[in-house]
Design a binder for this molecule. Structure first.
Ligand SMILES: *[C@@H]1O[C@H](CO)[C@@H](O)[C@H](O)[C@H]1NC(C)=O
Ligand SMILES: *[C@@H]1O[C@H](CO)[C@@H](O)[C@H](O)[C@H]1NC(C)=O
Ligand SMILES: *[C@@H]1O[C@H](CO)[C@@H](O)[C@H](O)[C@H]1NC(C)=O
Ligand SMILES: *[C@@H]1O[C@H](CO)[C@@H](O)[C@H](O)[C@H]1NC(C)=O
Ligand SMILES: *[C@@H]1O[C@H](CO)[C@@H](O)[C@H](O)[C@H]1NC(C)=O
Ligand SMILES: *[C@@H]1O[C@H](CO)[C@@H](O)[C@H](O)[C@H]1NC(C)=O
Length: 330
């Protein structure tokens, strides 16, 4: 269900930090899907919901998302639902910023990629529907410090439906935890989906804006015991430039694309070991039943995996993110 649009508000230049274990949903009715039911914390949170409206014209409970979020107590364990209305009825509500890694922070040092996020979510059970997260920083090829994160998700059990993530370098910091993305548009130039999360991206549109050669993902699984990896199912890969599907930020970097349409921008090699051949034997880069000119397997690096039905199975359902216990229908 779409976010209500009876309030006129557009959030400009704000950074929202959700620091406690608070539960935020942007949406309406929540219902559990899957067999085993939700975990207990989630069940408690859902039975005790609070609704807040954000409206810049003063018609809602708060004028900015920041104020609304600040009103939620630390260590909150109830479900808070924020309704944010768009500034323009035809657009989704947009949360925008332009910080980059090289911006100087209060301590006189560059803030770094981690702090550049327009929206940073450290809370568990975050849920966003129909929100546009944006970092408008430009990306100049070859210049350092231009990373500008639109959204960083560090909490676990987070879901995003019909959301847009716009940025250039490092758009979506899929930092850590279990995450689900459905029907989202993610756009960027370099490593625009990166981090150590364990995430399922379903029906998403990955749009490259690079002018040269770049990688879509930089997945950071650093050891074999770490449960981390990105799975893209029924997605579309398109845009400009030439792209690798992934490059190995971590030695055990794990990425699988299944049932995905790949435009001609995908390089025939498919994957990059980031110049470290040790990683060739350690990374897990798989493809399964993809289509389109970029999915032609001739020319793939020898260590790319063409998955069998059995090998693909763990990656192609919500079991990949233990979704049975926490994924609630929006
Ligand atoms: C997402 O958008 C589609 C239309 O593109 C709509 O059918 C669907 O209900 C929306 N999902 C949510 C969770 O709002
Ligand atoms: C970033 O946004 C701020 C606040 O709106 C603005 O003053 C600044 O000029 C912007 N910087 C760039 C590089 O666009
Ligand atoms: C695959 O993705 C497309 C586009 O997002 C969507 O229309 C279609 O329903 C999806 N198919 C399945 C089986 O989910
Ligand atoms: C995808 O990116 C290209 C530039 O590479 C842009 O022209 C196009 O509008 C983008 N598509 C969407 C759906 O935003
Ligand atoms: C694997 O990496 C994670 C995250 O950096 C760390 O917490 C864990 O201790 C590591 N495990 C081993 C066996 O090195
Ligand atoms: C895949 O690419 C190779 C080499 O460019 C080409 O010979 C072959 O016809 C392509 N296969 C398909 C199915 O397009």
């Amino acid at each position: 269900m779409a976010v209500k649009t009876r309030f006129q508000v557009i959030m400009m230049m704000i950074t929202v930090f959700l620091l406690s274990s608070l539960c935020i949903a942007l949406g309406t009715k929540l219902k559990v899907v899957g067999g085993s039911g939700p975990d207990l914390r989630l069940r408690d949170a859902e039975s005790n919901k609070v609704r807040i409206t954000v409206s810049q014209d003063g018609a809602g409970d708060f004028k900015t998302v920041t104020e609304a979020v600040n009103s939620i107590p630390q260590w909150n364990n109830r479900r808070f639902i924020l309704y944010i209305a768009p500034g323009d009825a035809s657009d989704p509500p947009t949360i925008t910023g332009n910080d980059t890694a090289s911006i100087v922070g209060r301590n006189g040092k560059p803030i770094g990629t981690f702090q550049s996020a327009t929206v940073a979510v450290d809370a568990n059970y975050f849920l966003a529907i129909n929100i546009k997260f944006e970092n408008t920083a430009a990306h100049w090829i070859g210049r350092r410090g231009e990373q500008g994160v639109a959204l960083r998700i560090s909490g676990t059990k987070a879901a995003f439906y019909n959301c847009t993530f716009y940025g250039a370098q490092d758009t979506l910091y899929d930092h850590k935890g279990l995450h689900y993305f459905n029907n989202c548009l993610i756009q960027g130039s370099v490593d625009f989906i990166f981090g150590s999360g364990r995430s399922l991206y379903e029906n998403c549109y990955l749009n490259s804006t690079t002018r040269k050669v770049a990688s879509i993902t930089a997945q950071k699984r650093t050891n074999s015991s770490m449960e981390s990896g990105f799975s893209f199912k029924n997605c579309t890969v398109t845009g400009s430039g030439q792209v690798f599907l992934g490059r190995a930020w971590g030695e055990y970097s794990t990425v699988v694309f299944s049932y995905t349409f790949m435009d001609k921008i995908v390089l025939s090699q498919g994957w990059s070991d980031w110049g470290d051949q040790k990683r060739d034997l350690r990374v897990y880069y798989g493809e399964y039943k993809c289509s389109g000119p970029g999915a032609n397997l001739t020319g793939r690096v020898p260590w790319a995996r063409m998955l069998t039905d059995e090998e693909a199975k763990p990656f192609t359902g919500i079991q990949f993110i233990e979704g049975d216990s926490w994924l609630i229908s929006p």
